[in-house]
Design a protein around this ligand. Structure first.
Ligand code: GRF
Length: 208
């Protein structure tokens, strides 16, 4: 399968999925990296690996960026099957969601539906988890709809929140699981092990 990854930052999830593709753990190819931050660490990595980088969206500060319909056309030209958001901080426009139904995933660093939504990104998520007294946290991979963090949940992992954790400690523990979970889920997508229950809940079938 052909994959597009969208990022705004360091792109450690992007790198771990890319390495898994390279090692053959994921039967997929990242054919394009989409970013709103052309100078971010992940974009540098993509250039080194000769993965095409596309700027999206077009804004006043980024006049070279693509419009939503140009982006859809570019993804179609590249025959992209699945889109993985990995620390992409912009809302995905309706046009893209309609063009790729049930094909766009995001990873979020909390156990959704807790600690999700517009204000919850980066360290803010982990600070809020610690302040709440929650004893567990962990990443969620979910399908993307037109709002932040509300699409159907596909996969989660649980990590403990320890008594003396700083937000940075918890972030590192969650991120470690994110890398494994995104690789596992992407492997399942590429092997066509994703199924949809009649009530609209997505499930991953285990390998035979
Ligand atoms: C991750 O914590 C992810 O859950 C969130 O953004 C962060 C991206 O980290 N959506 P990285 O750029 O993959 O290192």
């Amino acid at each position: 399968k052909k994959l597009a990854v969208f990022i705004s930052g360091g792109g450690s999830n992007f790198k771990s999925v890319h390495e898994a593709c390279f090692e053959g753990l994921v039967h997929g190819d990242i054919v394009v990296l989409v970013t709103n931050k052309p100078d971010c660490g992940g974009a540098e990595y993509a250039k080194n690996k000769e993965i095409p980088v596309v700027l999206f969206p077009r804004t006043k500060d980024a006049p070279d960026g693509l419009s939503p319909s140009d982006l859809v056309a570019a993804l179609r030209r590249l025959e992209v099957d699945f889109i993985l958001l990995a620390g992409y901080l912009k809302l995905i426009p309706a046009e893209l969601i309609q063009a790729y139904p049930r094909s766009i995933l995001n990873i979020h660093p909390s156990l959704l539906p807790a600690f999700g939504g517009k204000g919850y990104y980066g360290m803010k998520v982990h600070k809020a988890v610690i302040a709440s007294g929650a004893r567990y946290s962990g990443p969620t991979i979910h399908f993307v709809d037109e709002h932040y963090d509300t699409g159907r949940i596909l996969a989660q992992r649980v990590v403990p929140v320890l008594a003396n954790d700083t937000a940075e400690d918890l972030a590192a523990r969650v991120l470690h699981e994110e890398h494994q979970l995104y690789v596992e889920v992407t492997a399942a997508l590429c092997e066509e092990r994703l199924i949809w229950r009649e009530d609209g809940v997505p499930l991953i079938q285990n390998k035979e």
